[in-house]
Ligand binder design. Structure first.
Ligand code: NAP
Length: 338
């Protein structure tokens, strides 16, 4: 048996309940992970409310990323995983638990200098940012990339990846503190959207040319400011709708006048093969940079919580208080090994 977080009735954070459930059995090509740490994602808040069900056949336990040790090897594995290996994994669900079973192609080794808490903050967030920048927007050296929600989990990864690609990140966020953190991570300029439109700031920074790429998890309420800030032939990548799902007005003609590309992407619903290719590309191009001395890249941790405090951790994210990732230490810190 194992402890896991369940939601019997979709709704508020207090509906998250710790339960004893059967431990999953690794299927063909899977590895059972003993979870040391898991991290929260915005999608978990929707799933808790019953608005973002897991893909068919996946665990209905929440949690899209974990770090831990290999507990059991399933049948038919091709890789060289061994019991007790330190691993982190991208999940379609099941992370808020003491054990989770994962296809081996979605496992990555934990960089030797990182703790499990730091490693749990990598898979979903960094793979999302990497996918959006490389696979979808195909960012080139020297381009200007406007990243919204700069202090979000995805935002903190995106800023660092844009720099790694030799491009220039500029950002928006809702407080001076969040903008300060984004600038410390590499943002060349930051705009507080609560103090006014970011359009003039982007215009001034780019000499009137606009941003080549916009990473947009806001959607609805930002459509006019986004299209105004987009360069001719720019790519506007929609990957969330925190600011609304509807648009009204002359979006299409304004996008057309810029020859803009409106692209969108979701990671969770992708095929196992797509995710496996993504994990492979990320492991080759990005993962080594976490271990450099000093490290070029770092997961940004806002706070760590116990599994028992999961409801409070959800409230913290829902209130937009986090700067970086909210991590759940499923095993007490003292049991962490480096
Ligand atoms: N498509 C995909 O595959 C994929 C994968 C992962 C995540 N996502 C999306 O990526 C986004 C970030 O996720 P996350 O887990 O990294 O988030 P997070 O850490 O919870 O951060 C979200 C931040 O967004 C800002 N925000 C919230 N509502 C806003 C609004 N209406 N207008 C402007 N800013 C707002 C808040 O910061 P401020 O104080 O700055 O407002 C908030 O702290 C979410 O939309 C999520 O659904 C998509």
């Amino acid at each position: 048996m194992m402890q896991a977080v369940c939601v019997d009735v979709p709704g508020r954070p207090e509906n998250l309940l710790l339960r004893s459930l059967p431990r999953p059995q690794p299927k063909d090509g899977e590895v059972l992970i003993k979870v040391h740490a898991a991290a929260l994602n915005r999608a978990d808040l929707l799933q808790r409310r019953g608005l973002y069900p897991p893909p068919p056949g996946e665990s209905d336990i929440m949690g899209l990323e974990v770090a831990g040790t290999v507990a059991t090897l399933g049948p038919g594995l091709r890789g060289n995983w061994s019991p007790d290996d330190r691993v982190m994994a991208l999940l379609s669900g099941g992370g808020y638990a003491e054990y989770v079973s994962v296809p081996e192609d979605l496992l990555m080794p934990v960089p030797s200098n990182l703790t499990f808490s730091q490693a749990a903050a990598i898979p979903e967030t960094w793979l999302t940012a990497f996918q959006l920048l490389l696979f979808i927007a195909q960012v080139k050296e020297g381009e200007v990339v406007l990243v919204h929600a700069a202090a979000s989990g995805v935002g903190t990864a995106a800023i660092q990846l844009v720099r790694l690609l030799g491009a220039v990140p500029i950002v928006t966020a809702g407080s001076r503190e969040k903008l300060g953190m984004a600038e410390a991570l590499g943002a060349a300029a930051g705009f507080n959207y609560k103090e006014g439109s970011f359009v003039q700031g982007v215009h001034d920074f780019t000499g009137g040319r606009g941003a080549n790429v916009i990473l947009d998890c806001i959607g609805g309420c930002n459509w006019e400011t986004n299209v105004s800030s987009l360069a001719v032939d720019g790519r506007w990548v929609l990957y969330g709708t925190m600011g609304g799902r509807c648009v009204e007005g002359d979006l299409l003609s304004r996008l057309l006048s810029k020859r803009g590309l409106l692209l969108s992407s979701l990671l969770r619903s992708r095929s196992l093969q797509y995710k496996a290719n993504l994990v492979k590309a990320f492991s080759r191009r990005v993962l080594p940079h976490f271990s450099e001395q000093p490290p070029t890249l770092r997961p940004v941790i806002d706070s760590t919580w116990r599994l028992e405090d999961i409801a409070e951790a959800h409230r913290h994210m829902e209130a937009n208080r986090n700067m970086g990732k909210i991590v759940i230490n499923v095993l007490p810190q003292t049991e962490e090994t480096h």
